[in-house]
Design a protein around this ligand. Sequence first.
Ligand code: ACO
Length: 356
Amino acid sequence: MTASAVITGWGFYVPRSVLTNRDLESRIDTTDAWIVERTGIRERHIVSDGEATASMAANAARAALDRAGIAAGDLDAVMVATTTADHLVPTAACLVQEQIGARRAAVFDLGAACAGFVYGIAVAKGLIASGAARGVLLVAAETISRFIDWSDRSTCVLFGDGAGAVVIEASDGRPGIRGTVLRGDGTKRHALWVEGGGSLMVHLDGPSGQMYRLRMDGQDVFKLAVPSMARACEEVLAAEGLRIGDVTLLVPHQANLRIIEAVGKRLGIDRARVFVNIERYGNTSAASIPIALCEAVDQGRVRPGDLVLMCAFGGGMTWGAALVEWSGGVLATGAPGLRDRARSQLRRSHGALDPR
Ligand code: ACO
């Protein structure tokens, strides 16, 4: 029997520093009212000097591992979904591995822009189904603020920094990740892109700063995102023989409140069953779904047995959806090897077992 892939831990981290719409009013020609009306955003968190993607990811990872009750040393894979790794080499995952001590894990980054978390869910499920891994840490983390043109009012108001993580474990009995749909379309890549910094456009002598800034055609993104996200949701539900009415909570990528509302309307899902927290974080790209998922669970909006539908759209273009039957956390059964190793490690490091 193929093992199911169950989310057993979750956690997130956002930088301490908060940038409000009022702060932006004093820097560029904009207003709090315009930003709230067009995007739903009121404030976002921004990294401080010395902070970047890997350190945020490691903080989120520690919280997720703690919740799962397993030790980093027992992970088989550490995957970081990001387009803003600290360096071109090494990957953010290597830095996270070092910071949390995931000594025996395979480590790699996954680049699918804002859809990175949904892509990562699919990869984790595949690693577990193939038997290649029994414990996977998936972190989605982004430091978009360092790639923003802070004089471009049509993009700089949208984004924030942050990280969200989940631990995904193999289980022989529990329900977990039910299905995923992943899609992409490179022909639309210019609607949202960073031109420089890759192998085609490296200016080692006198770099032109603007080439490294994020550029976006907001209206094109809007028009592409809404039908793509809605279709991915419909496809993943249809593949499982389910309808939107079966979904307890939709946790969409927090791109923009108007996009979220338009996707919800297309799907015909009640507004009360759509999770929104964009007002406090802005668009944190790949990190937005796991941050939202953490808050939804902690607020009691998701309970064991509930169906959670996630969908995202991002640069590339990339998009997709993932359907998860919520397990409620720590595995009572399944993955005994992983859990036994973790417990003995906890016993060694703390002298006693974690009470959970
Ligand atoms: N404050 C005040 N005025 C602004 C601002 C601002 N921050 N930004 C743009 N404007 C002005 C424009 O200059 C323009 O002025 P003009 O008419 O004098 O030329 C006017 O507002 C309208 O500009 P539009 O670009 O047409 O504004 P629109 O209503 O499309 O809203 C927005 C812009 C919010 C970016 C919208 O296009 C959108 O939501 N797009 C989706 C993009 C998105 O969410 N991207 C997130 C990243 S991608 C992802 O995560 C999927």
